[in-house]
Write a protein that binds this ligand. Structure first.
Ligand SMILES: *[C@@H]1O[C@H](CO)[C@@H](O)[C@H](O)[C@H]1NC(C)=O
Ligand SMILES: *[C@@H]1O[C@H](CO)[C@@H](O)[C@H](O)[C@H]1NC(C)=O
Ligand SMILES: *[C@@H]1O[C@H](CO)[C@@H](O)[C@H](O)[C@H]1NC(C)=O
Length: 415
């Protein structure tokens, strides 16, 4: 479905593409030294996302920092107004954009300015805040831990739900004096749903738009990810343990080779295999995506996603040994995130695609079932026949197909 799928698949896709690109160029270094990794300085956006992807289009943009309660220093970009700068002094609605796994906030800005969600929102009078998950290239600092240490990478999407998202929401609220709207893609939907199910953020966000939503992962149509999660999880843990998962690193390549030799796994033409057949991507945008991704994540995050695929249950990270679980949770099994606990009057917008191999239609149906008691006028569900996973972020027609509906939905929320 989507998390692990997203991660592993994108990994596969990206690493194979990146390998191909690297083989064809003379630039040999991918920034690895002594097991620690730095991103290649030649990647797009060294000056930050504002400079590389926003200001060049004539918009104002500020680079900001948010520190989570567990010490991670996240970078956030704010686009306070549209290109014309109009309505500067009217009260603007803040919107937070949260990306998925193996990418960072730059993913929203890879198309032309008329096609990018952040700039479309800004031109429609919103105050836009782009968040960047811990461990991605501009969010690698911490108040005391170094990214070359294991301790820095000891987290999964539980921590993204309990620390990263709340830190950004609180920061935006404090800066604007308003409740923000939220847009999540892929893993960025799971983290906010997990928070909501524990009663967090439900009073701090005005609404949430979930694009390619990922919660349940038992119908992953990406066979590669499914096989990786079900048959090679132990091998994955043996190789990676608690560490930075560097998609372009040598251990990842070796792991992928292993999975790709499993009978029935087709590692040929990986992008459609992993994400589903995207209808509407621009090849120039794909090239930019490959320059900006994949970004690092924690191997523990991938293990947690694999557990979700295996078990079919949405629960916290499983330490497997009952005594370890007890130490962390006071229970022998990891606590379950019960999505039925999401308040029924919380405005939710949900858009999913028939061709999405990560956010599979059957799994989205399971998510919708858990929301079946939701107030009908607070749940807006959109099914898009032609769309797969990446179309929601970079489809050339996403403005007409998805974003205009998101904007009308936000404009209907008055609470
Ligand atoms: C808002 O802008 C208008 C025109 O640009 C100006 O006349 C007005 O004083 C401004 N209001 C505030 C509160 O700044
Ligand atoms: C694809 O991207 C290129 C380069 O940014 C642009 O010139 C072209 O108009 C785009 N095509 C579509 C259909 O948006
Ligand atoms: C989830 O919560 C709903 C309502 O709050 C409850 O009826 C259901 O039994 C819970 N499910 C689990 C697995 O705890």
């Amino acid at each position: 479905m989507s998390l692990l799928a997203n991660t592993l698949c994108l990994l596969l896709f990206f690493s194979s593409s990146v390998l191909r690109v690297a083989q064809g160029s003379s630039r040999g270094s991918l920034g690895r030294k002594n097991g620690a990794t730095t991103f290649p300085p030649s990647l797009l956006g060294d000056d930050g996302i504002c400079a590389s992807s926003v200001v060049i289009h004539g918009y104002k943009c500020q680079e900001l920092q948010v520190t989570t309660a567990d010490g991670y220093i996240l970078s956030v970009q704010r686009i306070p107004e549209g290109r014309s700068g109009n309505g500067n002094n009217q009260t603007k609605q803040p919107v937070i954009l949260q990306h998925g796994i193996l990418v960072d906030g730059a993913q929203w800005l890879l198309n032309g300015p008329e096609q990018n969600l952040p700039l479309i929102l800004a031109d429609n009078g919103f105050d836009v805040w782009i968040s960047n998950t811990r461990g991605t290239r501009f969010s690698r600092r911490h108040t005391s831990l170094d990214p070359s240490s294991k301790a820095y990478w000891d987290w999964s999407w539980d921590e993204l739900a309990s620390y990263d998202v709340p830190a950004v929401v609180e920061y935006v609220s404090s800066q604007t004096g308003q409740k923000p709207h939220y847009v999540g893609h892929s893993l960025g939907t799971l983290t906010v749903l997990a928070s909501f199910s524990e009663g967090k953020l439900v009073n701090q966000l005005k609404s949430a738009a979930l694009l390619s939503p990922i919660a349940y992962l038992s119908h992953l149509t990406t066979q590669l990810l499914d096989v990786a999660a079900k048959f090679y999880l132990d091998e994955f843990i043996r190789i990676f343990g608690i560490s930075e998962f560097v998609p372009k690193g040598i251990p990842v390549q070796a792991f992928l080779k292993l999975v790709c030799t499993h009978p029935g796994v087709d590692c040929y033409d990986l992008l459609p295999v992993i994400t589903g057949k995207n209808c509407c991507l621009n090849s120039s945008t794909i090239e930019l995506l490959l320059k900006n991704a994949p970004q690092s994540t924690a191997s523990k995050n991938l293990v947690h996603l694999a557990q979700t695929i295996r078990s079919g249950v949405l629960a916290k990270y499983n330490y497997v040994r009952p005594d370890y679980n007890f130490m962390h949770y006071g229970e022998a099994s990891p606590p379950v995130y019960n999505l039925s606990n999401i308040p029924h009057d919380l405005p939710l917008f949900l858009s999913y695609g028939a061709r999405d191999a990560l956010s599979d239609v059957v799994d989205v149906q399971t998510l919708l079932d858990s929301l079946k008691s939701h107030d009908a006028d607070k749940l807006s569900v959109h099914f898009i026949k032609d769309y797969a996973h990446l179309d929601f972020v970079m489809g050339v027609n996403a403005k007409d197909v998805v974003y205009n509906a998101v904007i009308s939905f936000f404009n209907r929320q008055f609470n």
